[in-house]
Design a protein around this ligand. Sequence first.
Ligand SMILES: Nc1ncnc2c1ncn2[C@@H]1O[C@H](COP(=O)(O)OP(=O)(O)O)[C@@H](O)[C@H]1O
Ligand SMILES: [Mg+2]
Length: 302
Amino acid sequence: MPNRPTMRTYAPRRDTVARSAARQPAAYRPAADHATAEVLAPYVIREEPYYLAVADEVDLYEAAYSVRMPMMLKGPTGCGKTRFVEYMAWKLGKPLITVSCNEDMTASDLVGRFLLDADGTRWQDGPLAAAARHGAICYLDEVVEARQDTTVVIHPLTDARRVLPLEKKGELIEAHPDFQVVISYNPGYQSLMKDLKQSTKQRFGALDFNYPEHEVEAEIVAHESGVGIDIAKNLVHIAERARNLKGHGLDEGLSTRMLIYAGSLIANGVPALAACRVALVRPITDDPDMRDALDSAVTTYF
Ligand SMILES: Nc1ncnc2c1ncn2[C@@H]1O[C@H](COP(=O)(O)OP(=O)(O)O)[C@@H](O)[C@H]1O
Ligand SMILES: [Mg+2]
């Protein structure tokens, strides 16, 4: 994919930022039901996560949440998807239950299982069941890492039924009105073995994420790493060069996350060249020619 700064350019960013700043976030109100409040307490986001809007994603997500549309956040790794969900959960005043998906995960890891304890067996809700029962946003991070037979457990929750059958327990959870499913998905890793089924994809609305445009990304890198804005801009320049190599020897561009790592090293006194090698060049490729190309991008700016 060419290095397009953003795929969502039809709403001028400044307008959206101003509009979302004008609206007050909904404060989290603990549930009146004691048990629910206790289950959800660890998942409440109490402080505003730092998030710089890139386009109109905040408004679109709010609209999607207002009709409880399941959402899919698509984009390369390290470009802000997880941070965005954390920010939206805070803004909407809803608890956020995050599951990092992996291929060993089973449906029971999501839905729940019986546990043995001194008094016999007791049912323990998994994260998906807890979110559906008590009313949280359930975020399945990097969902393609999970096997397809695991992913299908979200199907009855992501259509008009909004239910979750707990087969082992013989219970049908009707989702709480606040419940929503969000998944993140990196289209770059698509392969036949690792892709979502159409029947899964078509249950979601989707927002495209990409690396932010130059100025915005530099501001994020400076804020998150503590380097000055000039160094942050240089890091972004290097990343932009590297992103042009995607598909020409690099599988994936340098992410905002990597720039923040490089910036943090520099802010801690590591010389810029060494910091860039450690945080940007060495992790992303083992190919000697590609490393040379990236090293020379680094020396252009530092
Ligand atoms: N728009 C943004 N506003 C604030 N921070 C951002 C933004 N985009 C990326 N970041 C920073 O980049 C880091 C990586 O983003 P993350 O959300 O973990 O990526 P992803 O989930 O897409 O892999 C975050 O920890 C955050 O510091
Ligand atoms: Mg993530």
